[in-house]
Write a protein that binds this ligand. Structure first.
Ligand code: FMN
Length: 213
């Protein structure tokens, strides 16, 4: 049975990102995969500490991180999975700090400073990245470099990759309680009612493809 792991980089366990990741997992499950959702916010860990244990000659830490903390089992599960789905809100123009710290560890332990392609030999793995954000479709292009870098990392695993951008997301339960005049609540509500359900369907399809492709 194929295994698909989704990793949520939002501090909100029931937010937009979590919803889309759940749809990905539902799609994967519909194709017979075993699925798991991991919320990074519940874990205590840091980004790469630059210990270089994974780069030492003859190291046992090829494709493994030598730092032992609550991210260790997550890295192990991500490496053992047939597909990983990563999700993050855009925070100040990038993924969240907790997602970035995960990526530092996940990528650096697989990076080789000597191999062609700068990557250790790894088992083929499919991967998807879901981003959610306040800005609209046009403005979302501003974060092109972030998408390119993250998809580039997923592509190193040699499998099928997909990306989903959910824009103009609904951020607050009740906009009337917040000072947020730059956002048009009516427009956002419309997006939540019309566009977001379409994004959820796209996520479901990506989940299916993570298993079938
Ligand atoms: C600290 C912080 C920074 C944010 N920065 C951005 C940003 O730079 N661009 C943007 O489009 N949205 C930004 N947002 C909005 C979130 O990306 C958006 O509401 C997202 O859908 C939240 O995801 P969640 O519901 O999964 O938590 C920011 C939100 C927070 C809390």
């Amino acid at each position: 049975m194929k295994k698909v792991v989704a990793i949520n980089g939002s501090p909100r366990k029931n937010g937009n990102t979590a919803a889309l990741l759940q749809n990905i997992l539902d799609g994967a499950k519909s194709q017979g995969a075993e699925v798991e959702l991991i919320n990074l916010v519940s874990l205590s860990y840091k980004g790469c500490t630059s210990c270089f244990a994974c780069k030492r000659k003859g190291t046992e830490f090829v494709g493994k991180c030598a730092v032992k903390d609550e991210l260790t089992p997550v890295l192990e599960k991500a490496m053992a999975a047939d597909a990983v789905a990563l999700g993050s809100p855009i925070y100040v123009g990038d993924v969240t700090g907790i997602m970035r710290s995960f990526i530092e560890r996940f990528a650096f332990m697989n990076i080789s400073y000597s191999s062609k392609g700068s990557w250790h030999k790894v088992a083929r793995k499919n991967g998807a990245f879901v981003y959610t954000m306040n800005v609209n479709n046009l403005q979302s292009k501003l974060f092109f470099y972030v998408y390119m870098m993250n998809t580039g990392i997923l592509k190193k695993f040699g499998g099928y990759t997909a990306q989903l951008l959910a824009t103009n997301t609904y951020q607050f339960d009740d906009y009337s309680r917040y000072d947020a005049l730059n956002f048009d609540e009516a427009k956002k509500r419309k997006c939540r009612e019309t566009r977001f359900p379409k994004d959820r369907k796209k996520a479901y399809k990506i989940g299916q493809e993570l298993v079938t492709k």
